[in-house]
Design a protein around this ligand. Sequence first.
Ligand SMILES: C[S@@+](CC[C@H](N)C(=O)[O-])C[C@H]1O[C@@H](n2cnc3c(N)ncnc32)[C@H](O)[C@@H]1O
Length: 263
Amino acid sequence: MTQHNDVVRESFTTQAKAFASNPWVTNEERIRRLVASARLQGNERVLDIATGPGYIAEAFARAAREVIGVDLTAAMLAIGEERTKQNGLSNVSFRMGDAQNLPFERENFDVVVCRLALHHMQGPRRVVGEMTRVCRAGGTVLVEDIFASEHAERAEYQDRWEKLRDPSHVRVLPLSEHLRLFREAGLETDAVKTFDDLCPEVERWLATTKAPPERAAEVRRLLEEDLARDLSGTRPFQDADGDPDWAQVQVTGLTVSYSKQST
Ligand SMILES: C[S@@+](CC[C@H](N)C(=O)[O-])C[C@H]1O[C@@H](n2cnc3c(N)ncnc32)[C@H](O)[C@@H]1O
């Protein structure tokens, strides 16, 4: 296991419970939208990588034959396991594993999905390669993530506050890089959808990772600057009464479905 994997595990063990109850994670409409883009027939075997608390795995299990959720962090997997058991689902299982080195044979799944996790990976190219390897020819690879500005210095500004808030953050990719990674893995792009409804409240978002006070203060300062001077392209905003405690980060999201061709 790499050093960064230890940082990921530590961060997501600390935030597991709070993360799993956040509205931007549990929102059913967003989850439904992602599952719908896989256009399931009902007989699919699905892999959800970096499944976290398993909401995506659970939603796929309600519409597909079998789902496996893989993650590095035991505390996250335990939440998914407990909830799906309580909900009486018997076609979903969870296991520990590294998305950069998936513990499966090639061509094992009809659908391989990854939500909100590529920006935590040191080797996103390797992860995309692994997703492609374990997907069968004719299958679907589905990714949902935030995306950054195409301008390097604006993207770096976003990464600064993301890393202060959560040391497991590596880099938000711009849209063009997302698409290039998948194209270079040999996948065909079927559909690209962007949306800007991922708007966590700043204080809740900071509380989720239990960011220490001095780091949280620096994040607020960077966001205030961003709000005033449009430095990252994420367009933070405040509600109508301008209460600074209620500033939000508006993060733009991306869903892309790709297919793996047989020739
Ligand atoms: C922001 S959470 C997203 C969880 C879930 N996909 C969702 O959308 O609700 C990121 C997850 O990625 C996992 N993760 C990060 N790097 C990983 C890796 N290399 N392999 C497997 N899981 C990883 C973390 O443990 C964490 O559970």
